[in-house]
Design a protein around this ligand. Structure first.
Ligand code: ADP
Ligand code: ZN
Length: 433
């Protein structure tokens, strides 16, 4: 179902015109209302008069996470506090969190894009949706919550944790949709199985999964385990929260709500714009927000964009799977490794559970790299030779995908810690040495 056909299916020439008009307006807004932006534009020798179409966006300086920290908490607001009706913050790995302020209008935009997402998953006013993203400063819970209310669905504002109750309410209230991180969905899938209630007694049909990178292999795993269709939802606090992009029934790329958030792909090293289709760092400009508009914000998420029209009728660009954030990339013995690459290998092997951890350390000046992975109950064996053979096969697959062969440690089912929010899958001790 398409929530806002006029916007989602607009001819691309018209969309670009609209983006140009909106860009000019937002640039004027930050220039006149937010000193750090004005200063930076002056230093770059440009003013709002230089912005006359969306193509002019490349003239504008980038904004980074560091800027959000430097101007913590409210230095990048372009509206007075009297207009700000909500604050959210992202955890941030170091020190101060990143804070975002929303005006009433910004919240309406968030509801609008959220409604587009949940409609695209085929949900509507007759559907009960359980929100198992965390509520609070994190945008996941409230973002998904308001999206479901906007389409007129029924929300179970469950938040994360309390697994038994999750399963009980999902069953008793007849949840059709489940919104949470893919790693928590795995955890809930196991809990459903253990609950003793048969799968047929649940109404669950749709998973709304995001807030962390996940692979196609993980999608297959989740769809199979839960007997649902699993859809991607993408977003980040700085831009608005969940709802920046969503999949459609074709599950072939994440449509970005481009009339509100203009995406670009740049070379993360040089900052240069890359040609259509290239893999690189995703950059967003918010075209319509008032509270804290961001101009050319560097997300650090690595992906690519596909401008071919989708079979669903939406004309908006589709984002490929996110390989990870550039900060998630490990350099082990000189080789670049993303946890998502390990995930796709593990999920493809029928003997393994999709639960894994990467341990990296440096001993005697040499990087060590261990992958711990759970073996499925039915494959876990006391026969040494079988386990050795399995370890070899995993190491071999990983070597060919990563270009580096980790040591594999096979662990018992359920021994790796489960996550209720964003999964932590890497322990890099080199950082503490
Ligand atoms: P934090 O920075 O504390 O993790 P956010 O919730 O704002 O807080 O995180 C947003 C980030 O989460 C994105 O930049 C991206 O790296 C990741 N993310 C969100 N949704 C997805 C998704 N569907 N697929 C992959 N990564 C995602
Ligand atoms: Zn589509």
């Amino acid at each position: 179902m398409i929530w806002n056909e006029a916007m989602e299916c607009m001819r691309r020439e018209d969309l670009r015109k609209l983006q140009g008009i909106r860009l000019k307006k937002v640039v004027e807004r930050v220039y006149h209302n937010c000193e750090p932006y004005r200063k930076r534009m002056q230093e770059a020798g440009i003013s709002p008069a230089d912005i006359n179409s969306i193509d002019d966006i490349v003239k504008l300086p980038f904004t980074s996470k560091k800027d959000l920290r430097d101007y913590y908490p409210f230095g990048l607001l372009s509206s007075p506090m009297s207009e700000i009706v909500r604050l959210h913050a992202s955890s941030g790995t170091t020190g101060k969190p990143i804070v975002v302020g929303y005006t009433r209008n910004d919240l309406n935009i968030w509801n609008e894009v959220g409604a587009r997402c949940f409609s695209a998953y085929g949900l509507g006013k007759n559907d009960v949706v359980q929100i198992s993203y965390g509520y609070g400063l994190f945008t996941g819970g409230l973002g998904a919550h308001n999206a479901v209310e906007t389409i007129g669905g029924t929300v179970i504002p469950m938040s994360s944790g309390n697994t038994e109750k999750q399963i009980m309410l999902m069953h008793d209230f007849g949840a059709v949709g489940l919104a949470c991180t893919p790693s928590y969905a795995l955890f809930l899938a196991d809990a459903m199985k253990e609950s003793g209630i048969s799968r047929e007694e649940f109404k669950l049909k749709v998973g709304i999964f995001g807030a962390e990178p996940w692979t196609e292999a993980m999608r297959r795993e989740l769809q199979e385990k839960l007997g649902i269709k699993a859809y991607d939802i993408y977003g980040l606090t700085e831009i608005i929260g969940p709802g920046v992009g969503h999949e459609c029934e074709y599950q072939d790329g994440t449509h970005l709500c481009e009339d509100h958030f203009f995406p670009e792909i740049i070379d993360p090293e040089t900052g240069e714009s890359l040609p259509e289709g290239s893999q690189g760092e995703l950059v967003f400009t918010t075209l319509t927000k008032d509270g804290m508009p961001l101009i050319r914000f560097r997300t650090r998420d690595l992906t690519n964009l596909n401008y071919e029209q989708c079979a669903c009728g939406r004309t908006s660009v589709r984002m490929g799977r996110i390989l990870g954030r550039s900060d998630d990339m490990l350099i082990i013995r000189g080789v670049n490794v993303f946890p998502s690459q390990v995930e796709s290998v593990i999920c493809e092997m029928p003997e393994l559970e999709p639960h894994y951890m990467l341990y990296v350390d440096r001993i005697n000046n040499l990087d060590t790299f261990e992958v711990h992975v759970e073996v499925k109950e039915e494959f876990y064996s006391d026969e040494m030779s079988k386990m050795i053979d399995l370890r070899k096969r995993i190491a071999h697959r990983l070597q060919s995908v990563l270009g580096i062969g980790p040591d594999i440690k096979l662990v018992e089912p359920r021994s790796i810690e489960r996550s209720q929010g964003k999964a932590k899958r890497v322990i890099d001790k080199r950082k503490f040495n």
